[in-house]
Design a protein around this ligand. Structure first.
Ligand code: KIV
Length: 286
């Protein structure tokens, strides 16, 4: 029996080629199988199983409550729907901080769920060690710099990062270190456009922006923001392409109306006995 490793159409080398050819990389988050299937079939390059799922799916206040078990469930669901694009799974808060060994083990579990790469935030010397060990173990890594939601309590809120030359230089240095450690791309979140452009131009690996302007090598947005499903707030950098929230509300209202007014179920939505079975029922169950 011949066993061939099944590679996705989009791999880490596709990302690199797109940067070299000046073609934009497209990434969207997804958290379930059917959404992943739609996005994959639409042709997105990559799906991120972001820990934003903690807020948009599970209703937590921030991403820091998300656990490894939750990430594993949602990553497996997405991977069952996404056949061709590259699936990246977020490593949740505290799943890569205690030790390098534990981080590599947790990253491996997300790969076992079907992800092709993992993403982690920051670029401290510990994080760089984690990136290096993951890559040495065969796990591709995406970095995440600028606004890093898992550091929300340290950053003191949802604030734009890299607003001065000095702060931009700091992010650039972090990005270069991640590149040297083996990361194959870096997400830049909520960074001024000029800073993101400078960082993008200095890196050989691609940058994927979210609220980082027009010049990053690719863009990522949260599914619920583009679909109009997350009603808590709409970030300035997100563009809404649909209003699924309103469609869901209207569908539920119509259903409630149909049930209470006895118009659901109708003739075409029920099962009926044959005439013979009906007669039999009447005679025997009187
Ligand atoms: O968790 C997430 O959705 C993310 C994106 C904001 C990049 O990390």
């Amino acid at each position: 029996m011949s066993v061939e490793a099944k590679l996705k159409d989009i791999t880490v080398s596709t990302f690199q080629k797109k940067k070299q050819n000046n073609e934009k990389i497209t990434m969207l988050t997804a958290y379930d199988c059917s959404t992943a299937k739609y996005f994959d079939e639409a042709g997105v390059d990559s799906i991120l199983v972001g820990d934003s799922l903690g807020m948009v799916v599970l209703g937590y206040d921030s991403t820091t409550s998300v656990t490894m078990n939750e990430m594993k469930i949602f990553t497996s669901a997405v991977c069952r729907g996404a056949k061709r694009c590259l699936v990246v799974a977020d490593m949740p808060f505290m799943s890569y901080h205690a030790s390098v060994d534990e981080a590599v083990k947790n990253a491996g579990e997300l790969i076992r769920c079907g992800a092709s790469a993992v993403k982690l935030e920051g670029a401290t010397s510990h994080i760089l060690d984690v990136v290096q060990r993951c890559v040495e173990s065969g796990i591709p890594v995406v970095g995440h710099l600028g606004f890093t939601p898992q550091y929300l309590n340290v950053l003191g809120g949802y604030k734009i990062q890299g607003k001065t030359a000095e702060k931009t230089r700091f992010i650039l240095e972090q990005a270069l270190r991640l590149q040297d450690a083996g990361a194959f791309c870096v997400v830049l979140e909520m960074v001024p456009e000029e800073s993101a452009k400078l960082i993008t131009d200095k890196l050989t690996i691609p940058t994927i922006g979210i609220g980082a302007g027009r010049y990053t090598d690719g863009q990522v947005l949260v599914a619920d923001d583009i679909l109009g499903k997350y009603s808590e707030f709409k970030p300035k950098f997100a563009r809404r392409y649909a209003n699924i929230g309103e469609i869901m509300y209207n569908a539920a209202s119509s259903y409630i109306n149909d049930v209470t007014s006895l118009s659901f179920p109708g003739e075409e939505e029920l099962f009926q006995l044959s005439d013979e079975a009906k007669r039999d029922l009447m005679e025997n169950l009187k």
